[in-house]
Design a protein around this ligand. Sequence first.
Ligand code: CTP
Length: 213
Amino acid sequence: MINSILITSGPTIEPIDPLMFISNHSSGKTGYYIAEEAKKRDIERIVYITGPSNYIPDNVDIIKVKTAIEMREQVLKHYNDVDLVIMAAVVSDYASAKIYPDKINKDQESISLKLIKNPDILSELGNRKKKQILIGFAVETENIFKNGQKKLKKKNLDLLVLTEISESNKAFKVDESQVYFLTGNGIKANKKMKKSEIAGILWNEILNLKPNK
Ligand code: CTP
């Protein structure tokens, strides 16, 4: 039975100075629709951890974060209390090694910025997995199935939602997308559809899954 779930959504933003940051194109729509669909399926508790986004569902436990480090802290805090985690957030893979307390002025022709790797939250969840079902997302541009299968195994996931980014299938800032579902049982290709519809078929798939551990 799935009673309580954790959804992450939106981008993370990694500060450089008081004005600048590193982020990505995630709008938070996918996580929003997954939460809306969860409510229709009578999930008792929804913990929703989101980076900055205009798409915030109501009647869920909202936790707002900015950086990957903050997201990790909140996800780990709630991990043991939930039956399912859906990592729909697009976590910035890198953060600035230094956060400048004062605004960087443009008095130099060029400056270098050192980036350091953020923790991979989903991999950590995979390593610590007990009863939880784990769902991850991936966008790929080449060797999509090979890379997807690798992520499914490496992160110890039950299901990976895979998008191939191309001119005709842009994953970000669009309403429709074409995704594949990868599980231990193989690959399922879905038609291009609205993100709200993807949330519906994803939930159907989840409810047919059995945890692989
Ligand atoms: N993810 C995460 N923590 C990170 C990066 C990603 O938890 N620091 C999660 C995302 O929420 C997503 C999944 O991992 O569900 C796939 O992210 P992706 O960036 O595609 O995979 P990576 O393992 O970072 O591989 P790549 O080298 O291709 O970027």
